[in-house]
Design a protein around this ligand. Structure first.
Ligand code: SF4
Length: 732
């Protein structure tokens, strides 16, 4: 039977970027169950994570009191791998800390940050302090976090997980069409006749989104799945292109060659809406006889592993369908050529005019539930809120005025990005960090290096809900609220702003992240007076959080027309929403792009090798990613009973032929080794994996995939190549 809830609270799922609306059924201060609600992104549907992944908030591991590192307990990254089965020995980690009052912990946190700032008062990129905010918090928390780092430390050294997620996509989109967000919502696949899905596995990572794609196929749309792995949606695909890992540009430029050489372009669109087409055309068509590259499908087939006729067929179908939509994931973005990959996708849409109408456009599938909103709010080292470049003098002046800073307080140079900050910490330039709800000790590439860098910090303050692998290396740990314990706005992959509502009280002395940020700001000498509630409450327009939102609105034209009161009434509105009577704009770029000229910029790209190729010593390509049941670094889902029971142990997926060739057994343990580290995992057979490829999820601390990955960066997007490195695998 189903128990009748004491109360029901409407909110939004805390996991992926689809942004499903849900209702918590609550007994006392415990969530009993979760039900889907009729939101614009989900229409009542939820996946297994949304439906069952809520009990982590009641887990006994929750942080309930501030912690301070004991004077006699040196930071020790080795503790993270010394427990039974390689899992962190939490008792040993916990013993390194003593409990503190909030007053003491906040004072120590602020004093340490000020001490480092004042001892090395450089501004900008050279500052000694940096911050990682979170895409799992609210928009208001992200906004306050970047404001704190920028205001208190005069640096833009502030970033978040978008750097490891879609930074390259955003770089290409900003360059090409002047906006890093999607052009059409995910559910617009309902209007597409052709769907090109590349480098993404939505059946696992955006499951409700995948259900809309399946519906579109049932209705008659042609789905092309392009991915180095043959994943679940292949069963629904018209064509499946299982291309070689890292060969995206070869495949996409060959498609461009077909479209350009066969006259399948939309010439009127190109003339009216794009610039630099001639350069792209010359690059793609000139060929070796004119000193160019040979991009014919026949020349690219041996590189990408897709036969020329299939490339031609798919390119023609994309160009000639009445409406074609491109969706992509981190298989495209997480490469040293991630920006180039996205540039090719933009070019495909532009030369065929497949944008600006229902069922068309470009949709980079956002990973975390608020990575779009955190980016909008300015949690990026290159831009202030609403993507105003830090070099833009009037944007800086406006922020300085609104934030009560003296003229010139905001630096003109972009700050360091995630991996650059970790490198700077390792080298001793960054000496103090504030980390809110991120876990770089697990999520950053080359995790051994990242953990050592964090351990070298003179002062590390972490606010989180668990004693994560990153918090284990902190000087001060501040217990924060989980998603259902606070109220705030969140923006999904479709640019839709929704409201997350507080459903239950936080355990013990855990406090709302926004309250913690305001308290730190005041102790760092900033005149903040929002009056944010410590308990995460505040759905009213005149609440502390309501006041933060209204300040954001004053700085961000994209939400200028979306008041807190209007959001409370409407429940979901898609930005840009520039005035009170603007209904919101799910489809953008109908008549112009967001570039200064209003035209899209076409950027030709060439082939670029991955940073590390397989060789005799490390003969397999490792691709990392997620699985359906576990989320990100596993700190939440591995503490959710149902999800952990479904996927309890780390795995590496290999083709059955590879398993046999290496003398392994499905279900048995194996050792996987790269030049940077090793992990012990169970072998899983998967016929969708190519014989020279291995796939590993990165959610397991006892077998952290990022101990193996490489920290090589895309030179533009500064994203790490966690989708490609060389490994070897042997029986345990
Ligand atoms: Fe949550 Fe994403 Fe699943 Fe929806 S699809 S329930 S947002 S994890």
């Amino acid at each position: 039977y189903t128990r009748v809830a004491e109360r029901q609270v409407d909110s939004v799922c805390p996991y992926c970027g689809v942004g499903c609306q849900l209702t918590y059924h609550v007994q006392g201060e415990r969530i009993d169950r979760v039900e889907g609600r009729a939101g614009p992104a989900n229409d009542g549907r939820l996946c297994v994570k949304g439906r069952f992944g809520f009990d982590y908030i009641h887990h006994p591991d929750r942080l309930t009191v501030p912690l301070v590192r004991r004077a006699d307990a040196p930071k020790n990254p080795a503790l993270l791998t010394q427990g039974p089965g390689g899992r962190t020995d939490m008792a040993a980690v916990r013993a390194q800390f003593r409990e503190a009052t909030w007053d003491e912990a906040l004072a120590l946190a602020a004093e340490g940050l000020m001490r480092v700032r004042d001892a090395q008062p450089a501004k900008g990129r050279g500052a000694a302090v940096a911050g990682f905010g979170s895409a799992k918090g609210t928009n208001e928390e992200a906004y306050l976090f970047q404001k704190l780092i920028r205001s208190a430390f005069h640096t833009h050294n502030v970033d978040h997980c978008t750097r490891l997620c879609h930074a390259s996509s955003v770089a290409a989109l900003m360059e090409g069409i002047g906006s890093g967000a999607v052009s059409n919502p995910l559910r617009d696949v309902a209007h597409a006749e052709f769907i090109f899905l590349i480098g993404a596995n939505p059946a696992v990572n955006h499951p409700v989104g995948a259900s809309w794609i399946k519906n579109a196929v049932k209705r008659g749309a042609r789905l092309v799945l392009a991915d180095p792995r043959r994943t679940e949606l292949a069963r629904h695909a018209w064509r499946t292109l299982t291309f070689q890992p890292g060969s995206d540009v070869a495949l996409l430029n060959a498609m461009l060659y077909v479209i350009l050489s066969e006259g399948l372009t939309d010439d009127a669109f190109i003339a009216e809406r794009t610039q630099d087409y001639a350069r792209l055309r010359d690059h793609i068509l000139n060929g070796p006889e004119h000193g160019g590259e040979d991009w014919r499908p026949e020349a690219m087939a041996p590189i990408c592993g897709i036969d020329a006729e299939t490339i031609r067929e798919v390119a023609r179908a994309y160009a000639t369908a009445p409406s074609s939509m491109i969706l992509w994931g981190m298989g495209v973005s997480q490469h040293t050529h991630g920006t180039d990959n996205a540039r090719c996708l933009i070019a495909l849409a532009m030369v065929t005019g497949q944008i600006g109408r229902p069922g068309t456009g470009l949709h980079p599938l956002r990973g975390q539930n608020n990575v779009q909103g955190a980016s909008d709010a300015g949690l990026i080292p290159m831009v202030l809120p609403d993507y105003q470049g830090v070099a833009n003098a009037s944007a800086r002046e406006q922020a300085e005025r609104l934030w009560g800073l003296p003229p010139g307080a905001l630096d003109v140079q972009p700050g360091l990005t995630v991996v650059e900050i970790i490198d700077a910490a390792y080298d001793g330039q960054i000496r103090a960090m504030l980390i809110q709800g991120e876990n770089p000790a697990m999520s950053d590439p080359d995790a051994t290096h990242a953990r050592e860098a964090l351990a070298r910090l003179e002062h590390l303050v972490v606010q989180d809900i668990f004693l994560t692998e990153t918090a284990a290396l902190a000087d001060v740990v501040l217990p924060a609220t989980a998603w259902p314990e606070k109220t705030g706005t969140v923006t999904n992959t479709d640019r839709t702003v929704q409201l997350g509502r507080k459903a239950v009280a936080a355990p013990g002395q855990a406090r709302a992240d926004a309250w913690i940020t305001e308290q730190l700001a005041q102790r760092l000498g900033l005149p903040w007076a929002y009056g944010i509630a410590a308990d995460g409450s505040g759905a009213e327009p005149d609440s502390g959080i309501g006041r933060v939102y209204e300040e954001m609105r004053a700085l961000m034209p994209s939400i200028a027309g979306l008041s807190w009161r209007r959001l409370l009434q409407a429940g979901a509105v898609t930005h840009p929403v520039r005035s009170e009577d603007d209904p919101g704009q799910p489809i953008v770029f109908m008549d112009r792009f967001s570039t200064p000229s209003g035209k899209a910029r076409l950027v030709p790209v060439g082939l670029r090798e991955p940073a590390e190729r397989p060789d005799a010593e490390y003969p397999l390509v490792l691709v990392t990613g997620r699985q359906l049941e576990h989320w990100h670094t596993g700190s939440m889902t591995r503490r959710s009973d149902v999800l952990d029971a479904l996927e309890p142990a780390p795995t590496v997926s290999l083709h059955p032929a590879t398993i046999e060739r290496l003398g392994l057994q499905p279900g048995a343990w194996a050792r996987i080794t790269s030049r940077r580290g090793e992990a012990h995992v169970r072998v899983r057979a998967d016929e969708g994996i190519q014989p020279h490829v291995a796939f590993m999820p990165f959610a397991y601390v006892e077998a952290a995939a990022n101990l193996l990955t490489i920290a090589a960066l895309d030179p533009v997007g500064k994203i790490a190549e966690v989708k490609y490195c060389a490994v070897r695998i042997a029986a345990h």
